[in-house]
Design a binder for this molecule. Structure first.
Ligand code: B16
Ligand code: MG
Length: 212
């Protein structure tokens, strides 16, 4: 029986994935590294430093650890600047309706995100006090596809992993949920993956009855 729903943040609650793309694109262009939207798909759900490593696979020179840290920091400054534009109106369609329906049925909700900017984003979109638990990139050592973020969310909610379902837009996130022993809702970019409990292009098409 589903007792908790754990939502990924970027690409599920809000389209900050577009801002990640724009920020990495600026860095890649400045460094002369090929990077396009297709390459960006591999970065969904993956930590900042691991995203950079994936981008640098196409670089023609080698970067020192210090240079990599500086690039990641530059990207984050650009990304944070873009985040300033966020407001409540950026919450993706269907999200608030689903959260309200879950709360009415006393199903717990949590955020399980790889992003260290999660507190800033939740604050910007006015959802900082909505979830029963928030676990993000600041709380974990291993990024998705490792199950750590979702297992920690279940622990904080005091719910067994098998009673949790994860809503994700990333292949790495779906793999993490499976590794945690949780059910899966694949939305957007993840809707085409096989073996999902529920698949939908957006949460607008997902009723609470489908999930719990
Ligand atoms: P930050 P999610 C992930 O968020 C993004 O999908 C991924 O593109 C990003 O690299 C990662 O957060 C780290 O973000 O640089 O803000 O710490 O999908 O797990 O909510
Ligand atoms: Mg995501």
């Amino acid at each position: 029986m589903i007792k908790a729903v754990i939502f990924d943040l970027d690409g599920v609650i809000v389209s900050t994935d577009e801002y990640h793309y724009q920020a990495w694109k600026q860095i890649s262009d400045a460094e002369g590294i090929p990077f396009d939207r297709e390459a960006n798909e591999r970065l969904r759900g993956v930590s900042r430093m691991e995203s950079l490593e994936l981008i640098l696979e196409k670089a023609s020179k080698r970067y020192t650890e210090e240079q990599k840290l500086a690039l990641a920091e530059r990207k984050n400054v650009i990304y944070r600047e873009l985040l300033n534009r966020l407001s409540k109106t950026d919450i993706l369609p269907g999200v608030m309706k689903l959260i309200t329906a879950l709360q009415e049925r006393h199903v717990l909700t949590a955020i399980g995100s790889s992003s260290k900017n999660t507190p800033v984003i939740l604050n910007k979109i006015g959802l900082e006090n909505v979830f029963d638990a928030v676990v993000d990139g600041n709380d974990i050592k291993n990024s998705k596809p490792d199950p750590e973020v979702f297992l920690l969310a279940a622990e904080r909610l005091r719910i067994s992993p098998e009673d949790c379902i994860v809503v994700e837009d990333a292949e790495a996130g779906i793999a993490a949920a499976r590794a945690a022993g949780m059910k899966t809702v694949g939305v957007g970019a993840a809707a085409g993956l096989s073996g999902l409990t529920v698949a939908a292009l957006s949460l607008e098409g997902v009723s609470v009855q489908k999930i719990i």
